[in-house]
Design a protein. Structure first.
Length: 307
């Protein structure tokens, strides 16, 4: 007579300590940040610099020691190191440090709003172009080719000449510059995702195109979207500073890093601090953005993991 015995080992519960479980919630966020900091220290430093710049921009009215537009002719061209003006004063006695702090508000506002609007529009247009295909895709790509045929600065100068000097007009000009590149990058990624099996299965059972693009394609290009936002933020800050340097960006008299460079250009041989300090700030923020963007790309792109 055969005797059937149950496998006691198979019935034993699996101990939780034997299986590594990823933390969730706030603990999971901190664990991801710590892991990213260890793997990409330059990216972590870049994130700290960007957060510091954003914090300074938000708290500018309380952090700045003086009124950025306060004129003091008697104190003009005060060298750095004085008690009242640690970074010196400009040609009409305005405090350089206060203008740098308030200039962060313009640069960070323009940069963040530009990438949010421009990259989002480019992502939506790129996904739609890749999924719809046909005549719609051809028309979109010809428009993208036409816009990308212009040098970015030249296109921005033309738009600003037509729209006029204003902060919102600067954002519009930069959005027009960023949308074509974002559309082209996202479209190439969406074309690959479009041919995957689960996308074909969704289409086979009659899923709505909007549902397929929103629920299946968009989440899979989220990593590309995040990397594009971080990388193009530095480009937007540089272009905004360039437009202000050329006098076609924000209205005259508004404290921006680019306008401070334009003022210091006339006195670069005698009062070099007027150019050095805003130039160093722009370079530091742009380098920080690039470091963060490269780190996120290496972490989020499956093709680059492990390199």
């Amino acid at each position: 007579m055969a005797v059937f015995r149950t496998n006691a080992a198979a019935e034993e519960p699996v101990l939780q300590g034997d299986v590594r479980q990823r933390p969730t919630g706030l603990a999971g966020i901190w664990a991801a940040i710590w892991s990213f900091s260890k793997r990409k220290p330059l990216g972590a430093i870049g994130a700290v610099v960007i957060l510091a710049a954003v914090a300074v921009a938000v708290l500018a009215p309380w952090v700045a020691p003086h009124n950025p537009e306060g004129v003091g002719i008697a104190k003009k061209f005060s060298p750095p190191g004085t008690e009242s003006a640690p970074l010196g004063t400009d040609h009409i006695g305005r405090d350089v440090l206060s203008r740098l702090i308030h200039g962060a508000r313009i640069s960070m506002y323009v940069g963040i709003m530009t990438v949010l609007v421009g990259i989002t529009i480019g992502t939506m247009v790129g996904i739609s172009s890749a999924y719809m295909g046909g005549v719609f895709d051809m028309i979109v790509q010809r428009i993208v080719d036409a816009l990308m045929g212009f040098p970015p600065i030249i296109l921005a100068l033309g738009l600003m000449a037509a729209l006029g000097a204003d902060i919102n007009n600067v954002i519009i000009a930069l959005v027009v510059i960023l949308v074509p590149g974002a559309t082209r990058v996202v479209r190439s990624e969406a074309l690959r995702i479009k041919e995957l099996d689960y996308i074909l299965a969704s289409r086979a059972i009659g899923a709505n195109p909007v549902r397929v693009m929103w629920n299946h394609i968009l989440p899979n290009v989220a990593a590309t979207y995040i990397v594009l936002m971080t990388i193009t933020l530095g480009f937007a800050i540089v272009v905004e500073a360039s437009l202000s340097f050329l006098g076609v960006g924000v209205p005259e008299g508004v404290a921006t890093w680019g306008s401070m460079l334009e003022i210091g250009r006339e006195h670069i041989h005698t009062q070099t601090w007027l150019v050095v300090f805003p130039g160093v700030i722009i370079a530091a923020v742009v380098f920080a953005v690039n470091f963060l963007g490269d780190g996120l790309r290496d972490v989020l792109d499956p093709r680059l993991r492990g390199r």
